[in-house]
Write a protein that binds this ligand. Sequence first.
Ligand code: ADE
Length: 277
Amino acid sequence: MKITILTTFPEMFAPLHTSILGRAEKAGLLAIREVNIRQYSKNKHHNTDDAPFGGGAGMVMLAQPIVDAMRDVQGENFSGRRIYLSPRGETLTQKKAEALAKEDELILLCGHYEGVDQRALDLCIDEEISIGDYVLTGGELAAMVLVDCVARLVPGVLGCEESAVTESFTSGLLEYPQYTRPREFEGLTVPEVLLNGNHAKIVDWQTHEALYITLRRRPEMAKAYLDGRKFTRHEKKVVDGVFERIRAEDDEAERAAEAADGKSADADDECTENQDI
Ligand code: ADE
C-alpha cells in the first residue's frame, strides 16, 4: 500500500518509519512518504497560509500549494482515497480502517492553524476523517493514528505472532487479560486455568473474561456482539456464567452500599443527637 502525507511538518512522521511499520516498509509491503506542502508555494516567501476573509483569529492554509501538491502526488490515473484529517470528519472506526486497508493508495492532507481554504478541499479531497471528538493543533498526529491502524491491517504487515484476528473490535469484544512470566508478581498470581494446558478450558476462560470486560466497559458493544450471534449449548453456558458473575457482583455492591447508607444514617442520627445536647 502506498501512503503519501501532505504536511508542513514532515519531520513529525519519523515514528511511522520505525517498529512494525518500518519493518513492513523494508519488506516492500508499505511505502509511506511525507511531502512538504511548502515546496509547492508560489508565494514570494514560500508562505502556506494567510489571514481569513471575513476576519477572525488565526490563519488559513492557502489553496494553491495544497492543490498543486495534491495534483503532483496523485499523478494521472489515481484511484485511491484522498483524505483530509479534520475534527469535522467522520469518526475513524475499526470498520473504516478495514475499508481503507483495501485501497492501493491513500493521500492524507494535514491541516494546521484555523483550517484550510475550502476550495482546496472542494477540489481535491474525497473525504474528511476525525480521530475523535477533541481538537488537536494539527492533522499530523491524526494522520499518524490513521496510518498506524490502517497499515497494520495490510496483509503481511503484522507477523503471525501479532495477528489482528482475535483482537478487540475485530472479534466484537474487548480483549481478555493477558499474563506472562513470572507466575507470581508482587503477590499477584496468574489465573490457574492458564497454567494447566487444557486448551478448551483456556478458551472458555478467555471468552468469559472478554465478554465480562466488554459488558462492564462497553455494554453497547457487548449487546451488538450477543445480538448478532448464535451460540452452541456450551457457549451459552459460558455466556450465562458471565451474567451470573455480574449479577452476584452487583448484588454484593448493592448490599455494601446499603450497609454504608445505614452506617451514615446512624452517624447522622448521632450528629443530631449531639446537636440536641
Ligand atoms: N485535526 C485537529 N483535530 C483533529 C481530530 N480530532 N481528528 C482529525 N484531525 C484533526
